[in-house]
Ligand binder design. Structure first.
Ligand code: PEP
Ligand code: MN
Length: 335
């Protein structure tokens, strides 16, 4: 249920209304929008009489929400959420590019890539230290040593860092990480979602599961938000279809579709979506044009020798060219 508050409503009366909701075990989420103040009601609203609420002086109208996601729902929070990622904003017109290798391989590698992507205009650095690999025999990431190398790269470049948390037992190693990535394979690891949601307010980059519907993605965001962390960034990274020519099938229309359903920022990952470096540039440009709030792109200093995802990794030179094309699209469509 959402309650639309009248323009210029008396603060004290709004507080009274919030108190009334709390007394009925309903958590009021107040969203002070540019056009309207909205109170989203989270909890069992079955007992609440909409007529009674509507009769209050400060209330303009009451609407039932059909969708099972509440906190993530655009109706609860009409304005775009702008999420602060270690000083870099994303959402609500703020566009951000996260770039870096699939995995951190050495200090020289991550620092070299960090400097290159920063010079090209990236605003955050990615790099996996704990890697979810299909095969147990593949490189699993450097773990804590990899996180330390990422922190060195952050210190050297000033770029906030984004890295994946696979297991909540590692959370204390993530104190200086700016954005915690929850990978596609863990999108429905509900315990992990609840744990990160209740433990931290750091932004969470939630990647769409390869077989997940939009509603399932939003329900996973809801798990994090309902646990106490509203700083969720959604990531479309391609889904599995019958097509085998590319690594995944990029579902680009989800960007405007999610924009309508949710206030959370949406970024696109053209690297995992396609699996081939030559496809990353055109897809990144298309994702920018369709209105993504940001991109996450894999860049490696030496793709043929990458320990993970070399085929889809851009070189720093390719990334720089992509950044220039993205800037033109942003200027033409969104300036
Ligand atoms: C990654 O970003 O390196 C990754 C493993 O992504 P995904 O979870 O989307 O497969
Ligand atoms: Mn990867």
């Amino acid at each position: 249920m959402i309650i639309l508050i009248k323009k210029g409503a008396d603060e004290a009366q709004v507080e009274n209304l919030k108190g009334l909701l709390k007394s009925k075990n309903i958590e009021p989420h107040v969203s002070q929008g540019s056009l309207q103040t909205v109170i989203g009601c989270v909890g069992d609203v079955a007992e609440l009489d909409p007529g009674l609420i509507e009769a209050l002086d400060v209330v303009e109208s009451v609407q039932r929400i059909q969708e099972p996601y509440k906190a993530a729902n655009r109706k609860f929070h009409p304005d775009d959420s702008v999420i602060d990622c270690g000083g870099v904003k994303i959402g609500g017109g703020a566009f951000s590019v996260i770039a870096g290798p699939c995995s951190v391989e050495s200090e020289e590698q991550i620092v070299c890539v960090a400097k290159a992507v920063k010079a090209a205009g990236a605003t955050m650095l990615r790099g996996g230290a704990f890697k979810p690999r299909t095969s147990p025999y593949s490189f699993q990431g450097l773990g804590k040593a990899g996180l330390d190398m990422l922190l060195t790269a952050k210190k050297e470049t000033g770029l906030p860092i984004v890295t994946e948390l696979m297991d909540f037992q590692h959370i204390d190693l993530f104190n200086d990480v700016d954005v915690i990535q929850i990978g596609a394979r863990n999108m429905q690891n509900f315990n992990l979602l609840k744990e990160v949601g209740s433990y931290t307010k750091k932004p969470i980059l939630l990647k769409r599961g390869m077989c997940a519907t939009l509603q399932e993605l939003l329900m996973s965001a809801e798990y994090i938000m309902a646990s106490g962390n509203e700083n969720v960034i959604l990531c479309e990274r391609g889904i599995r279809t019958y097509e085998t020519a590319m690594r995944n099938t990029l579902d680009l229309a989800v960007v405007p579709a999610l924009r309508r359903l949710t206030h959370l920022p949406v970024v696109v990952d053209p690297s995992h979506a396609t699996g081939y470096a030559y496809l990353v540039d055109p897809v990144a440009v298309a994702a920018t044009a369709i209105g993504a709030d940001g991109l996450i792109i894999e860049v490696h200093n030496d793709p043929p020798h990458a320990k993970c995802d070399g085929a889809q990794s851009q070189t720093p030179a390719m990334f720089e060219a992509t950044m220039q094309r993205i800037a033109k699209v942003r200027k033409a469509l969104f300036a």
